[in-house]
Design a protein around this ligand. Sequence first.
Ligand SMILES: [Zn+2]
Length: 177
Amino acid sequence: MKYCSHCGQSVELRDIPGDNIQRYQCESCAMIHYQNPKMVVGCLPVYEDKILLCKRAIEPRSGYWNLPAGYLENGESAETGAMREVWEEALAKVEITGVHSLYSIPRINQIYIFFLARLTAPDFGIGEESLDVRLFTEAEIPWQDMAFTSSVHALKRYFEDRKNEVQYTHQGEYPMT
Ligand SMILES: [Zn+2]
């Protein structure tokens, strides 16, 4: 950060009384600019024994497959944001059935929440942010062509749980990209 989003003057990294880490503070209006992790929300959309994946049409990792997910917007609940991402990327309506996983990736300041979601019918299409959208059985998942390890982790846990006939909420901290 170089400039104050409030008044446009220069900011400086400073010690703030009562705070234990340095913050960007405006040299002119003294506003403190807090920087916090971004939330990424998404779904594991399930239809029968298949999972809906989207081939990304946008960078980063354009041309690679991913679970439908994206940044949560201000004013949205996590669930609403996750359902919106499924609609935008796969033109599919889902019912959220639970929290599947919560992953922290401190290296890139992101928190991922994936919800388990049910496709009530195999109705989907190719959204603007996607090159292709398909339902995959476990054997068909394109593991070598997945965009991000966050989706790979979530899918592996999902198929493990399904095989063991359990349903856990998974959590962890990952050096993932
Ligand atoms: Zn300022």
